[in-house]
Design a protein. Structure first.
Length: 220
């Protein structure tokens, strides 16, 4: 299993309990843009399923595209666009893991989205909802690419998640996706984009993010 070399990704597996549930947390992830193959990028998620996990809560930092999104918002992912140019299902298929041709009509579990929305409301904030577009990276998108994504129907954009969701659904896991809107995408916000600003925003909303996840686990 590859280790991420990206700042902010510790590369640990943390096993414990929260909200009366047994939980395994991937503290960081590997990315395609680091040179890893799609199979290696999703190995951690498949390992979680092999360990017995039935539900995957996948999180990311994303650039906001949709009007009304602001840096620091949390967004439940209602659907995704895989624009990485590859898939974690390429190659021969192991029928013990999942079907050759995977139905992605309901990639993200509607009941889990509703649960997370209710938990957020009880905690006093609005959980946004939108479509996440996953691109290869590592360069941030150009303003022209952001306009393209908006035309296609994307509400937020990032460099991860879509391959992990494919792998998780392939193995029958329920999926809840939560994006931290860490910045406005190129051409929408003011000034240049940087990874440092992404980390600053993530740090600013950390307590809210933790409370949301804890609340969801407790209510499941």
């Amino acid at each position: 299993m590859p280790l991420s070399a990206v700042s902010g990704h510790a590369g640990n597996f943390v096993v414990g309990g929260r909200g009366g549930k047994r939980v395994v947390v991937m503290q960081g992830r590997a990315h395609l843009y680091e040179g890893h193959a799609a199979y290696d990028v999703t190995f951690g998620v498949r390992l979680l399923a092999w360990l017995g996990a039935k539900t995957l809560i996948v999180t990311n930092a994303a650039g906001g595209i949709a009007p009304g999104l602001r840096a620091g918002d949390l967004m439940a992912i209602s659907d995704q666009m895989n624009l990485t140019g590859t898939s974690s299902l390429l190659g021969s298929n192991d029928e013990q893991l999942g079907p050759r041709f995977l139905d992605m009509t309901a990639a993200f579990d509607a009941k889990l989205i509703g649960l997370a929305t209710s938990v957020a409301a009880d905690q006093g904030f609005e959980l946004k909802r939108g479509v996440y577009a996953g691109l290869l990276g590592p360069a941030y998108e150009t303003p022209a690419e952001v306009r393209m994504l908006r035309t296609l129907g994307a509400d937020a954009v990032g460099m991860s998640t879509v391959l992990e969701v494919l792998a998780a659904r392939h193995m029958g896991m329920r999926v809840l996706g939560i994006s931290c809107i860490s910045n406005l995408a190129a051409g929408i916000g003011d000034g240049p984009l940087s990874h440092e600003d992404v980390e600053k925003t993530a740090g600013r909303v950390r307590s809210r993010f933790e409370s949301l996840l804890s609340g969801v686990l407790g209510a499941m």
